[in-house]
Design a binder for this molecule. Structure first.
Ligand code: OSB
Ligand code: MG
Length: 371
């Protein structure tokens, strides 16, 4: 394969419900859709789902655009590759910038699968025909609103609830949710809002039979998480701190977590996501698929990776109707009875609706190999 064109589209979609974490609040999202075309006419699509601000991780939409436009695209255009390992080798000098790398890599997986007329999940080694779907709910200033939303998603069949927490929105909120729903699979995500000084607060969460506590401490820490895990009954799950299979190994060896959130964007693509999965599967460590409110392109890649056998916990990959009134792919990705079917058509299994994409595009750039 040889890429002879890469198009970046900055696309903005409104969220159906605002989303608040311990660090930011969102009413619409701007993601970069990456379209690649090969010299023999195969097209693939990827999505760079970076938040606009550097509050989840250091990247932003604009750093992703810069890295894709000025480094990644020029490094791969016109180069010959046959495997994703060879493709990523073209830009191995690029450090960090995982969301930017993931957007390009995802498009290349899609193109590779389409060129072989195989579904993406098959190339990745997926074994499930459907994935278990949970929901991630933002912080709500009014707990009654949160309780109503939980009820609505449970009625729709979703299999587990994740609550965003942060200082001042933690133990009491979880207690109210547990009182209302004593038996639901429940977990919380702090997005690195606590320190070891909050041990007493975090220990109180042990009373609520949570599946896990996600990323309580700093985004770049695994040492303090090991100390915290030693003092908690509830398993810690790391999100922000894990950027590679090597990070996952170190965190597990140290006892910093007992579960890992596999997020394609944060890991720089599907290849590294698969490596983290394979390692955890071998060690008997449960994993689940995290998300970044992806549009349909990135969501389809999440569905494909979540079909691997080690994804034994329901993930954050919900139907796109939870986020967007009208997504930019066909068919729409929907959860039925708390499960999303893994599509069997070639590539990612969804087709971008180009009119819809164009209608929401703020900026576009097309790159070709240097002459
Ligand atoms: O930490 O998992 C997170 C969204 C934005 C930033 C960080 C996170 C999230 C989510 C959303 O939890 C999960 C989803 O895609 O529904
Ligand atoms: Mg998280």
């Amino acid at each position: 394969m040889r890429l002879d064109q890469i198009t970046l589209n900055l696309v903005r979609l409104p969220l159906v419900h605002p989303f608040q974490t311990s660090s930011s609040r969102k009413e619409h999202l701007e993601h970069i859709l990456v379209r690649v075309a090969t010299d023999d006419g195969v097209v693939g699509w990827g999505e760079c789902a970076s938040p606009a601000d550097p509050f989840y991780c250091p990247e932003t939409t604009e750093t992703c655009w810069h890295i894709l436009h000025d480094f990644l695209a020029p490094m791969v255009l016109g180069r010959k590759w046959t495997t994703i390992e060879e493709l990523t080798g073209c830009y191995r000098l690029v450090k960090g910038n995982a969301f930017a790398r993931a957007g390009l890599e995802m498009a290349c997986w899609d193109a590779l699968a389409r060129s072989q007329e195989k579904p993406l999940h098959e190339l990745l080694g997926g074994t499930r025909t459907e994935i278990l779907s949970g929901v991630s709910l933002g912080i709500e200033p009014d707990v009654e609103v949160l309780l109503d939303r939980i009820g609505q998603f449970l009625d729709e069949g979703y299999r587990r609830i994740k609550l965003k927490i942060g200082p001042g929105h933690d133990v009491d909120v979880v207690r109210r949710v547990r009182q209302r729903c004593p038996a639901i699979p429940l977990q919380v995500d702090a997005n690195s809002a606590y320190t070891l000084a909050d041990l007493a607060t975090l220990k109180q969460l042990d009373a609520f039979d949570l599946l896990l506590i996600e990323q309580p401490l700093a985004h770049d820490d695994i040492i303090d998480h090991a100390r915290l895990q030693a003092g908690l009954m509830t398993p810690i799950c790391l999100d922000e701190s894990i950027h590679s299979a090597a990070d996952a190994r170190k965190a597990l060896d140290l006892g910093a977590c007992r579960v890992i959130n596999i997020k394609v964007s944060r890991l720089g693509g599907l290849l590294e996501a698969k490596r983290v999965h394979d390692q955890c599967h071998t060690r008997g460590v449960p994993v689940w698929c995290g998300g970044m409110h992806e549009f349909g392109i990135g969501r389809a890649a999440n569905v494909a990776i979540a079909s691997l056998p080690g994804f034994t916990l329901p993930g954050d990959v919900s139907g796109s109707d939870k986020y967007y009134r009208r997504d930019i792919v066909d068919p729409p990705i929907l959860a039925v009875g708390g499960a999303i079917a893994v599509p069997d058509s070639p590539g990612s299994g969804v087709e971008p609706v180009e009119d819809e994409i164009r209608a929401h595009t703020l900026r576009t750039a097309t790159l070709h190999p240097k002459a």
